[in-house]
Design a protein around this ligand. Structure first.
Ligand code: NAD
Ligand code: ZN
Ligand code: ZN
Length: 357
């Protein structure tokens, strides 16, 4: 699709003091560079608010979306981004729980139906009717975005706009993933992949009382893991993670895999002790190899985990508000998006990049 297929938003709910267009990074064709262009400012519908975006983290999921890596395609002419922090500037019809001036974030779980079995049982992240920020609906790689009042993250007072942005996806995802490992205080967890998600996972794990072993294929990432409290670090391109982590910890009680290479998923089985739970957060296209006998006889649990519920978001933001989590962030501009993606693909980003507008 080309930029000319973008339909201008209706003018009714617009604030006439603003111009009608905004700068945004748009995926026009999967696998092609994003186009940074002027596009219409969206109009908030029922239960929606228009948010002026002040900062947005860049998640590897945005790169998967731009590349068309996954079996479910994103919307056409997509504006990615689901770690957007901003200020509510206009309210759509029926909004009662947000006000103009309030600081909010968008999220991957942009909305859900609220009535299905999953929504009713605290598993709104599995709702078949859910909308995903920066995937099925436009996200935060633009100067304005829409949020649904029922799902927008409420940003705690005093939050640093740049530091808090990565909590909106990376933070809530790893916090939920760590809970799903069932690892208790004093026990060991392996964090595999110390990128945007992983370096924050090290911090949540420490804050939750876990002991951390970290695996990556890049020494700079492992240094970051140690700086955030990992006791054991293994460079999987130089050392066998199974041998190294078994020797150092006796096998960890859980694993959180945030890596973007399928090999890390195979290796997760080698670093654990009996009875462990392995949680997959990373989403590289592909499959992994696992030995059935080994999984059964050692009673290993392997489970996927996708972002977090609104309650997980409240809890994840609360860890941040209490000063327990400090994402390593560097600030860049929206115009750098293609270069950011290129560095992300090569694993050359320390922590998270947050774009400002
Ligand atoms: P990132 O690019 O910031 O980090 C990826 C890290 O993986 C890098 O540090 C890289 O060096 C490391 N890595 C690459 N190959 C490895 C290997 N063989 N062993 C160990 N580490 C290796 O990416 P990110 O933003 O942290 O996202 C990571 C993955 O998680 C992506 O696939 C993303 O789509 C996914 N994700 C999932 C959820 C979810 O809810 N499940 C949420 C957000 C992101
Ligand atoms: Zn994400
Ligand atoms: Zn539902």
């Amino acid at each position: 699709m080309s930029m000319t297929t973008l339909i201008p938003a209706p003018t009714a709910a617009r604030d006439k003091t603003r111009t009608d267009t905004m700068r945004a990074a748009v995926v026009t064709t999967a696998g092609e560079p994003l186009v940074v262009a002027d596009v219409p400012i969206p109009t908030p519908g029922r239960h929606q608010a228009l948010v002026k975006v002040l900062a947005s983290g860049v998640c590897h999921t945005d790169l998967h979306a731009a590349r068309g890596d996954w079996p479910v395609a994103p919307k056409g002419d997509l504006i990615p981004g689901h770690e957007g922090y901003g200020e509510v500037i206009a309210l759509g019809e029926g909004v009662t729980t947000l006000e103009v001036g309030q600081k909010v974030g968008n999220a991957w779980l942009w909305s859900a139906c609220g009535t299905c079995e999953y929504c009713r049982t605290g598993w709104e992240t599995l709702c078949p009717e859910q909308q995903n920020g920066g995937y099925s609906v436009d996200g935060s790689f633009g100067e304005y975005m829409l949020v649904d009042e029922r799902f927008a993250a409420r940003i705690p007072d005093g939050a640093d706009p740049i530091e808090v942005a990565p909590i909106l996806c990376a933070g809530v995802t790893v916090y939920k993933g760590l809970k799903m490992t069932g690892v208790r205080p004093g026990e060991w967890v392996t964090i595999s992949g110390i990128g945007g998600l992983g370096h924050i996972a090290v911090q949540y794990a420490r804050a939750m009382g876990m002991r951390v072993a970290a695996v990556d294929v890049d020494d700079a990432k492992l240094e970051l893991a140690r700086a955030h409290g990992a006791e054991v670090t293994v460079n999987a391109s130089q050392q066998d993670p199974g041998e190294a982590i078994q020797a150092a910890t006796g096998g960890t009680h859980g694993v959180l895999v945030t890596a973007v290479h399928p090999k890390a998923f195979d290796q997760a089985l080698q670093v654990v002790r009996r009875g462990a739970t392995i949680v997959f957060n990373g989403l590289p296209p592909g499959t992994f190899d696992a030995d059935i006998f080994d999984i059964v006889l050692r009673a290993i649990t392997i489970r996927g985990s996708i972002v977090g519920s609104r309650q997980d978001m409240v809890e994840a933001l609360d860890f941040y508000a209490r000063g327990q989590i400090h994402p390593t962030v560097s600030v860049e501009s929206l115009d750098d998006i293609n270069d950011i993606f290129e560095r992300m693909e090569r694993g050359k980003i320390d922590g998270r990049i947050v774009m400002t507008y």
